[in-house]
Write a protein that binds this ligand. Structure first.
Ligand SMILES: Nc1ncnc2c1ncn2[C@@H]1O[C@H](COP(=O)(O)OP(=O)(O)OP(=O)(O)O)[C@@H](O)[C@H]1O
Ligand SMILES: [Mg+2]
Length: 637
């Protein structure tokens, strides 16, 4: 029924050389400016209200300085005309009250708005992140990605804080003060305006130049978080290999690199402060001397001197706040930019435009001349042609590194193939939606990890709407009901991060129950029972064949004896299918499968079979020289 492909390969269809398509991120993720504007545009009213309140409050503050001048002047005049003083005082008190109310209202509104945006932002980033292909997650540390998403919301909050409460009030002060100053002496106004524009402009240029310091620091900070999470999640290895000191030193090196970047970023901002302080001292001194001089020659009143000195200090301090907050804004921008650079990378495995959902027709699987390489190196699978009819139970075997996991990973479209095509129920997986396509298969991967949730939630993850009874039935089919009930809280027991509170075999069985529960026509198991003893493994494989009668099963397995109940065995080596047939056929053929079978019967594992592919399309199997002696010795030769 199936051909043995170990001899000269079948005529191949010409490979459709197709580069994986890339989908760029949505426009709002393409840069920090677009990103921030996107969220501001989503809530225009609160932002307009916020700006109005803050400008109103700052306006009140400037106006009270002017009213203070009126009060001083009224008090310096004849005592009989004191009604002007009382009026000025009343206005002053009212302005102070209005200013306070506006500040507090802006605080309340700012809190509501930025916290709400923080939620949207994190969800949007997570939503985009989970569309990245598995290749991306192999290259980026989980802790670092988590940290980036969390800190972006914080950075946005800090940015809003900077703009609304640190840059805008001094800006309003500045405009108000120019108006008030022009009432006293327009030359003073011109000098002050010139100074503020020069200093603020200079500090902005200075800040912009320092942007790379802030970005570098943000990058290091995220890397360090990722490293730290990585070490914590590998704590077992750290202890088992007495590596606490080593890991501490390694972290210390990372921390020091991060600290150097942080110092550079921070000190750059401090330099800006120094430049500003010196300028402020010079200008404040000059302005005050000038106003006292004008008073001494009778050109301005004492009230004007009070006004000039109060406003000068206010504006000069304000100009520093404004310039430094602009520098900080550049810094926050740098952090957000860094996060977007990592998270908003183009996605390579995406839905085709207007892709339909997959139409389920029983679970037929077809590989047409499929080749795939991970990083442009050697093909991990090469020119695979396989047709698996609906309902067939197929075992995939072969030595380690043969490409078995890669093959089943491609079927789930966790990666896109570079050439050829994979079809489920006659529909190319690339042409249907990813979510729709993945309803077709239930998978138990080689490295099965669980969520830090209860056993019940972990199994029900396969089908969230499943009833408790259905969960128990799936658990029984996967031989895990017994041990789960014996756990301290039974099905409510929390399994620990990645399932660490369970044994490897228990974790695998829960993974299998989860896959059973998902009502998918195709079940894919990648060494899903490898951590079990041979007997349990056999039981599960048999249950699979018995219970999953109407489903297609593709199971990668190392222990060949567990696959005897399967309809068909596909043997892989060096990325190719080298044998294909029923277990009996393959054993009778006396090829690679039979050889592996005999070696395993003698107690050797598949990995001890040293196999090589030589000469074009011709497969030669030989036992490795050293190991063949071991094998021979075991055979008693
Ligand atoms: N994420 C990856 N990035 C780069 N190369 C990879 C990746 N995963 C697998 N490979 C390479 O692809 C080849 C096939 O690996 P694969 O995991 O498919 O083998 P396998 O047959 O499942 O082996 P095993 O029996 O050990 O699980 C190997 O050479 C491996 O090094
Ligand atoms: Mg594998």
């Amino acid at each position: 029924m199936w051909t043995d492909l170990s001899l000269p390969a079948l005529a191949r269809r010409p490979a459709e050389a197709r580069a994986p398509s890339e989908s760029p991120p949505p426009p709002f993720l393409r840069g920090p400016g677009a990103f921030i504007l996107h969220y501001v545009r989503l809530r225009p009213l609160p932002f307009v209200a916020l700006l109005t309140m803050v400008m109103g409050a700052a306006g009140c503050a400037v106006a009270s300085q002017y009213v203070m001048k009126l009060l001083v002047d009224a008090m310096a005049g004849p005592r009989e005309a004191n009604s002007a003083a009382w009026t000025a005082l009343a206005i002053l008190i009212a302005l102070i009250a209005i200013e306070s109310v506006l500040w507090r209202l802006s605080g309340w509104l700012g809190c509501r708005t930025t916290v709400g945006i923080g939620v949207d932002m994190r969800l949007d980033l997570f939503n985009y992140l989970n569309g990245q292909p598995m290749r991306y997650f192999a290259e980026n540390l989980a802790g670092s990605l988590g940290q980036r998403i969390t800190s972006t919301a914080g950075n946005f909050g800090a940015l809003t804080n900077t703009v609304v409460w640190r840059a805008l009030p001094p800006f309003t002060d500045f405009i108000g003060a120019l108006i008030v100053f022009s009432l006293v002496d327009w030359r003073m106004m011109a000098v002050l305006a010139l100074f503020v524009v020069l200093v603020t402009g200079g500090l902005i240029v200075f800040g912009e130049r320092g942007r790379h310091y802030h970005r570098t620091y943000a990058g290091h900070s995220n890397t360090v978080s990722g490293e730290l999470t990585d070490v914590i999640s590998n704590m077992w290895a750290v202890k088992a290999f007495s590596a606490r000191g080593r890991e501490r030193d390694r972290l210390a090196r990372d921390f020091h690199v991060e600290a150097a970047a942080q110092r550079a970023s921070w000190m750059y901002t401090e330099k800006a402060r120094v430049i500003h302080d010196v300028s402020l001292w010079l200008v404040a001194g000059a302005m005050l001397s000038w106003s006292v001089h004008l008073w001494s020659i009778g050109r301005i009143t004492p009230g004007d001197v009070v006004l000039v000195s109060a406003l000068t200090f206010r504006i000069l301090h304000g100009s520093r706040d404004m310039a430094l907050s602009l520098v900080d804004m550049v810094q926050q921008f740098g952090y957000i930019e860094d996060t977007l650079r990592v998270i908003a990378q183009p996605q390579s495995v995406v839905d085709a435009p207007d892709a339909p959902d997959l139409q389920h027709r029983g679970g037929t699987v077809e590989f047409r001349n499929v080749s795939f390489t991970y990083n442009g190196g050697r093909d991990a699978v090469h020119e695979i042609d396989l047709h698996i009819p609906a309902g067939q139970k197929v075992g995939i075997v072969g030595p380690s590194g043969a490409g078995k996991s890669t093959l089943v990973t491609l079927l789930q479209r966790l990666y896109d193939v570079q050439s050829g095509e994979i079809l489920i129920d006659g529909q190319p997986v690339r042409t249907v939606t990813l979510d729709g396509m993945r309803t077709a298969d239930a998978d138990v991967p080689q490295e099965n990890t669980l969520f830090h949730r209860s056993v019940m939630e972990n199994i029900r993850f396969g089908r969230p709407e499943a009833s408790d009874e259905e969960v128990y039935a799936a658990a029984r089919a996967a031989y895990c009901d017994g041990f789960v009930r014996a756990l301290p809280q039974g099905y409510d027991t929390i399994v620990g991060e990645r399932g660490t509170k369970l044994s490897g075999g228990q974790r695998q069985r829960i993974g299998i129950a989860r896959a059973f529960l998902k009502d998918a026509p195709i079940i894919i198991l990648d060494e899903a029972t490898s951590a079990l003893d041979t007997e349990s493994e056999m039981e599960i494989q048999r249950a699979l064949v018995r219970l999953m009668r109407d489903r297609t099963v593709i199971a990668v397995a190392h222990r060949l004896s567990t696959l005897t109940a399967f309809d068909r065995i596909v043997v892989m080596m060096n990325g190719r299918v080298v044998e294909d047939g029923t277990p009996d056929q393959l054993r009778r053929q006396g090829g690679l499968f039979n050889r592996m079978w005999r070696l395993q019967a003698e107690g050797l594992s598949l990995d001890e079979v040293d196999v090589e592919v030589e000469v074009e399309n011709e497969t030669v199997l030989r036992a490795g020289s050293g190991r063949s002696e071991v094998a021979a010795a075991r055979r008693g030769r």
